[in-house]
Design a protein around this ligand. Structure first.
Ligand code: CU
Ligand code: ZN
Length: 230
């Protein structure tokens, strides 16, 4: 009896794991993430990498399926927080990101940015938190759903498309955004990616040319910073 019990526990441990990774019989990799509430189960739609890679955008969707497992009863999950220190160019600032109701609730982005030229500036989350070569190393807009560039008000947009911020006559912009697609938990979390502030205005995909549908023609990068856990 005790042996049987141990065997059962063994099978359970193999299947459930603790923040582990295993390979199922079909060869697909299953990731399990045992936070308190809710749990996240990540399954590859095909054997291989779980990378969200915009250079492979031609085939449409990204290759991660996200299942969110809710317990029958639970306390609300704790809020998640992140911070960004912006620099690396002519402007600077600090931002806080808060997701009050993870994993699916909106994320609030607040802060102050100085050293801008008066007027509108494209404001995005870019794919990489890599700033080794300056803001340009952050690559393109964070786009896990393989959409075209657009306004934050559109359904068809990059997750990273946060529109424009507007600087006053002193070059200061107050950021106060609540975005429904930006997440601080799960496989499409923006933590570890970068916020980039642009020299010019984002045309929100309305420019009528190719650049408009990929970058919003917002021009050079005047500040950037990595989104980090707080
Ligand atoms: Cu950008
Ligand atoms: Zn975009």
């Amino acid at each position: 009896m005790r042996l049987l019990l141990l065997a059962c526990v063994g099978v359970w441990a193999c299947c459930v794991g603790v923040a582990g990774q295993g390979t199922s019989r079909s060869g697909r990799v299953v990731y399990l993430n045992q936070h308190l509430y809710p749990s996240l189960l990540y399954i590859n739609s095909a054997a291989g990498s779980t990378a969200v890679d915009s250079t492979r955008a031609a085939d449409g969707d990204s290759n991660i399926i996200q299942l969110i497992l809710y317990p029958a009863t639970s306390d609300p999950p704790p809020a998640r927080n992140a911070t960004v220190v912006l620099g690396g160019g002519t402007a600077e600032g600090k931002l806080t990101l808060t997701q009050e109701e993870p994993p699916l609730g909106p994320t609030k982005i607040e802060g102050v940015i100085t050293g801008l030229t008066p007027g509108k500036h494209g404001f995005h989350i870019h794919e990489l938190g890599n700033l080794v070569g300056g803001c340009v190393s952050a690559a393109g807009h964070y786009n896990p759903y393989r959409r075209t560039h657009g306004s934050p008000m559109n359904i068809d947009r990059h997750v990273g498309d946060l529109g424009n911020i507007e600087a006053d006559a002193t070059g200061t912009a107050h950021v106060n955004i609540i975005d429904p697609l930006v997440r601080l938990v799960g496989p499409r979390s923006v933590i570890g990616r970068a916020v980039v502030v642009h020299e010019g205005e984002d045309d929100l995909g309305q420019g009528g040319d190719e650049g408009s549908l990929s970058t919003g023609n917002a021009g050079g990068r005047v500040a950037c910073g990595v989104i980090g856990h707080a």
